[in-house]
Design a protein around this ligand. Structure first.
Ligand code: FEO
Ligand code: CA
Ligand code: CA
Length: 600
């Protein structure tokens, strides 16, 4: 099947295009099925005893218990449907930086709406489609590191009417405006701005030289014609969520890397390629101009992407490192905490329908000021199984448990997760760990295939557990508490912090959990971060039609949730068409930096 314009569809739709599914279920059928299971579902919603899936304060005794007010130090705002940004009274927003803004004075005024950015300046400006970001203090300076997830070719290449690059130069331009930006920022009378020409400013693109470490580095699976040692990959791609290490470096997470590879000739369709949706036509036609992206000449190049990549923002000449020990999948973000004994723990979601949640634990312990070079290269990768009784297990991915080699486990982690019976989830997006309590939250954004068809590996996606709704269009946030309050434990208990929904349109499970009201409705939770006071900030990337099931939800938004009471309040609304991505705070905590991706 061909598609007229792969550039115009979401990454999620792109995956569906690669993995055709049965025709959509009619609205009536969906409702009928939900109602027909009412006995089971209302057991969760109304009583929550044996199936106490929801946390304390989250579950009321009836729909009338839906709280209308939230105990937050701001007046929650209503929905918006316009093309502006809105925040509560007493707060204001300003633009920090936009795609095409210069990081260096030689790139000043290099963007125009008619022509985009010139190739020569395309890696000297702030990248497009901002996503995960973190702020670092480096020698008293504030340095923001920001992902640029993907490109809109029709905007960047106005001359290419179909949005598909026609020349190698046009491909190079797209490669340059994606990746990662490191930039010093500083305040003047008008707020924060990038510090042009700061020696710390840096662009990392699809061409930046990287290195790779961990058990799979140098394995046959990573060798290419250009890099026969399998140790020197180039580029980091589709940089979605972020993370930060305890030792002050940035983690960029490679998500929908599959869409960058195509084939100009024949190639072997392996289980590995199929499970990751790699093959056929690429999104940006890189393969036509660069053999590196052509499966028929470099079948192993995709194996060099889909990793968590570490960037040292203190040294603009440092070589980013891809960490094979953390597994290869469509990484959303990387949330680092420590186990009780000081080992490093990294929680990670794999954002695709029916894929898994992972955890990495280092062999060595982290000691402040001590060596860190092995902490993300020597350890064990686990995958989560959520049991229906609200217990859960972290299943180690080892040759013994999977029957796979270590190299295969790390490069094809999805296949390994399937072997041990991991729980297929409703698209795991960001994971955030509560700084005040030993627990972690994962946004399960939505999954129209839940209960409808298996994942790309053929694993069943039954309705139940932390994924309780068929054709889940609203999403939910699952949280887990590790046994013995130790992130190093391989056991946990779980509940749902919130199940998004529409209590105006539904009075069944699609209404959402009791902490969803007419006043705070949203769909498709995605970005999440805790602030230092233990409040959970939730950003959405969903249906902003404000129609049908989504009526009353308006544009994408950012809300804040109280983990103790379950209360959730809307703090920010984005322009129509935009997704809210990335969140971090200034050193004085007075300013929040929020990404507005693909505005309007
Ligand atoms: Fe790039 Fe899953 O969001
Ligand atoms: Ca996301
Ligand atoms: Ca998303």
């Amino acid at each position: 099947m061909d598609h007229p314009s792969l550039q115009d569809i979401s990454w999620d739709e792109f995956d569906e295009h690669r993995d055709p599914r049965p025709a959509d279920n009619g609205f009536d059928q969906v409702v009928e099925r939900a109602v027909s299971r009412r006995g089971f579902l209302s057991g969760i919603l109304a009583f929550g005893s044996g199936a106490a899936v929801f946390g304390s304060g989250v579950l009321g005794s009836s729909t009338s218990a839906r709280a209308q007010s939230a105990g937050f130090p701001f007046e929650p705002i209503g929905i918006s449907t316009d093309s502006d940004i809105h925040v509560p009274a007493g707060y204001q927003w300003k633009t920090l930086v936009r795609w095409g803004d210069p990081l260096f004075s030689d790139a000043a005024n290099s963007y125009s709406a008619d022509t985009g950015v010139s190739l020569e300046k395309s890696d000297r400006v702030f990248g497009e489609n901002t996503d995960g970001m973190e702020l670092f203090e480096i020698e008293g300076k504030e340095v923001l590191v920001v992902n640029s997830e993907y490109a809109n070719p029709k905007i960047n290449l106005p001359a290419a009417s179909e949005g598909t690059p026609r020349t190698a130069d046009e491909v190079s331009l797209l490669k340059n405006i994606q990746g990662v930006t490191v930039m010093e920022i500083a305040q003047d009378a008008d707020g924060y701005k990038p510090v042009i020409d700061s020696p710390l400013n840096r662009r990392i693109t699809h061409e930046t030289q990287m290195t790779i470490d961990g058990p799979a580095a140098g394995s046959d699976l990573l060798k290419t014609n250009a890099d026969p040692a399998g140790l020197s990959p180039k580029g980091t791609m589709n940089n979605c969520g972020s993370g930060r290490t305890l030792w002050g470096t940035y983690l960029t997470c490679e998500e929908n890397f599959n869409g960058y590879f195509g084939a100009t000739g024949s190639y072997e369709v392996t289980d590995g390629l199929a499970r990751y949706g790699i093959g056929g036509k690429s999104r940006y036609a890189y393969e036509k101009f660069d053999d590196r992206f052509d499966l028929s000449t470099e079948p192993n190049e995709p194996n060099r992407h889909g990793w968590v990549t570490e960037i040292d923002p203190t040294n603009p000449n440092s070589t980013p490192v891809k960490h094979t020990a953390l597994g290869r999948f469509k990484h959303e973000n990387a949330e680092m905490v420590t186990a009780k004994d000081g080992r490093v723990v990294v929680y990670m979601g794999d954002d695709e329908r029916g894929e898994f949640i992972y955890k990495y634990i280092s062999n060595d312990v982290w000691v402040e000021g001590g060596p860190t070079q092995n902490l993300l290269s020597e350890g064990t990768l686990y995958v989560a199984r959520f049991n229906d009784d609200q217990s859960g297990d972290w299943l180690a991915l080892t040759p013994e448990t999977t029957g796979m080699s270590v190299n295969d486990i790390l490069v094809f982690s999805r296949l390994a997760g399937s072997k041990v019976g991991a729980t297929t989830m409703d698209r795991p997006e960001w994971i955030a760990a509560n700084p005040l309590r030993c627990e972690a939250y994962c946004a399960l954004t939505n999954n129209k295939n839940r209960g409808v068809k298996p994942n790309a590996g053929g694993d069943a996606t039954p309705v139940g557990g932390p994924n309780p709704r068929e054709t889940n269009k609203f999403g939910q946030i699952v949280r887990w508490r590790p046994m013995s309050e130790d992130h190093g434990s391989d056991r946990f208990t779980w509940d749902l912090y919130v199940m998004a929904g529409n209590p105006t349109a539904y009075n069944n499970i699609y209404a959402g959990s009791e902490n969803i009201t007419e006043g705070n409705m949203f769909n498709s939770p995605d970005g999440m971060a805790f602030d230092t006071t233990g409040m959970l900030w939730i950003q959405t990337d969903g249906n902003d039609s404000n129609e049908g099931d989504f009526e009353g939800q308006g544009n994408n938004q950012m809300l804040v949730g109280n983990p103790e009471t379950g209360e959730i309040a809307r703090f920010l609304t984005a322009p129509k068409g935009a997704e809210v991505t990335g969140l971090c705070w200034s050193l004085d905590r007075k300013v929040a930096f929020v990404g507005i991706q693909h505005p309007g």
